[in-house]
Design a protein around this ligand. Structure first.
Ligand code: EPZ
Length: 424
């Protein structure tokens, strides 16, 4: 199993290129099967979730290769409509293949998706959207079976701006006959980019990135070539790591516009920023100040950065308040921070974090993807050695968090069973 070892506090200084977006590329991979033609996506991160989605596409008969960040998908030979349970159980975003396979083949079946244990994560909005487009869907507790002789445009109203459900609706609607209007759509940059990707395939999608998206269905789509943006959540994690290391770090390959609310909150915490077109530089000179923040759908503060922010605030000069409104199970990592000496109280859906000058090192467990990354942030500010185990969670979304942070001088390395002799 892979573990991460952090030697303790070091002032960070350096430049880190930010990997491509996990949550951007995964729905694009699903969308690529909406055509028989080959699609090429560049700036693709070599992460477990991408490998998992590649495994699903290959199982279904698609050609799929990833070399040097360039992902080539050949969907011409797609021959199955049942998604492989082992892969689906590993990753929540496999569910968006339901809409894509249904739109292409008229039927699809899948187990319920797995992924991070951060809350109940139902899929009722996904199924509501597909039914609105004309799909007949049966659930038997373990599996979902969908059929649609013919998908027809519809008006879809989401009670909550669900990212995944918006993606599923889009992937089914682009091949549905007529006009679909998605009201209450998610506005995340990943949605805006998926709409641009679909239009690159010859679809006609308007309003991506707003709460109302209109799709004019097409009979056929074509392959395309597309570069996925930098990962805003990985970038936000590294901004917080740089602040924990009281240093100055330049992140390259990320759009500051995707981090507006994050930068606003981190400025309140005492950071200074310089913004470029495709870069963000952060520097931490003064004290780390406490903040109050509430997560929410984009453009509010992202739930995926709630744990990393908590990890940073464990060493702030005062008490911070964090309210998580998206996933009810996302305070779990607080128990791990406490093993490093953090003072955190979770009461009535709100975490109160009272900082201390520094944490002590210790041995902690990554409980989910962003919680694991948050432990890295906390470990960088700790006096003494920190070991993080169950790091397979982190590898789902971070190409190489140790390599990246070492570029800024962090004392951090992998400890893997099979690669003991080779220092990463
Ligand atoms: C996407 O998950 C991201 N994953 C998550 O990132 C991210 O935290 C989340 O959006 C919110 O931004 C990917 O893009 C692969 P939602 P998703 O549907 O689509 C409820 C990471 O760390 N809901 O927007 O699953 C749901 O329970 C991951 O990279 C329903 O009730 O999120 C939650 O409370 C973690 N019914 C809220 O909506 C539904 O049918 C937001 O979920 C769907 C969702």
């Amino acid at each position: 199993m892979s573990e991460i070892q952090i030697g303790g506090f070091r002032r960070l200084k350096g430049r880190i290129p930010v990997q491509g977006s996990k949550n951007g590329v995964l729905p694009m991979m699903a969308a690529s099967i909406l055509s028989d033609e080959t699609t090429v996506i560049t700036n693709v991160p070599a992460i477990q979730d991408v490998f998992c989605m590649m495994g699903i596409l290959k199982f279904m008969g698609c050609g799929c290769t990833l070399r040097g960040g360039e992902l080539t998908i050949c969907p011409a030979e797609l021959a199955r409509t049942d998604l492989p349970e082992t892969f689906v159980r590993q990753m929540r975003s496999s569910i968006v293949l339901l809409g894509a396979v249904l739109a292409r083949e008229g039927r699809a079946s899948t187990a319920y998706p797995g992924g991070c244990s951060i809350g109940k994560r139902p899929i009722d909005f996904h199924l509501q959207a597909l039914r609105a487009l004309g799909a007949e869907i049966r659930e038997d507790g373990c599996f979902i079976r969908a059929r649609a002789e013919h998908l027809a445009g519809a008006e879809i109203h989401f009670p909550y701006p669900s990212v995944g459900a918006t993606e599923n609706a889009l992937l089914a609607a682009v091949l549905a006959e007529g006009e679909t209007v998605i009201c209450g759509a998610a506005r995340e940059p990943e949605i805006e980019e998926l709409c641009a990707f679909l239009n690159g395939m010859g679809a006609d999608v308007r309003g991506g990135g707003t709460e109302m998206i209109t799709v004019f269905g097409r009979k056929r789509l074509r392959g395309c070539r597309f570069r996925v943006s930098g990962d805003r959540i990985v970038a936000g994690t590294y901004l917080m790591a740089a602040m924990a290391g009281r240093g100055e770090v330049l992140l390259e390959g990320v759009k500051p516009g995707h981090l507006k609310e994050v930068i606003r909150v981190l400025k309140q915490a005492g950071a200074g920023f310089s913004l470029g077109e495709d870069a963000v530089a952060v520097r931490m000179e003064g004290p780390l100040l406490p903040v109050s923040v509430q997560t929410g759908p984009y453009p509010e503060f992202p739930t995926d950065l709630q744990s990393p922010l908590m990890g940073l605030l464990c060493c702030a000069d005062g008490c911070s308040r964090i309210r998580e409104t998206v996933f009810e199970g996302r305070y779990e990592t607080a128990e791990e921070f406490k093993k490093l000496g953090a003072r955190i109280q979770v009461r009535e859906g709100e975490a109160v974090v009272c900082g201390r000058p520094s944490l002590s090192g210790g041995r902690v467990r990554a409980r989910d993807l962003r919680g694991g990354a948050a432990l890295v942030v906390a470990g960088l500010a700790a006096a003494g050695k920190t070991e993080i185990y169950d790091c397979f969670h982190i590898e789902r979304g971070y190409e190489d968090i140790c390599r990246d942070l070492r570029l800024a001088g962090a004392d951090i390395r992998w400890r893997r069973q099979e690669a003991k002799e080779k220092e990463r």
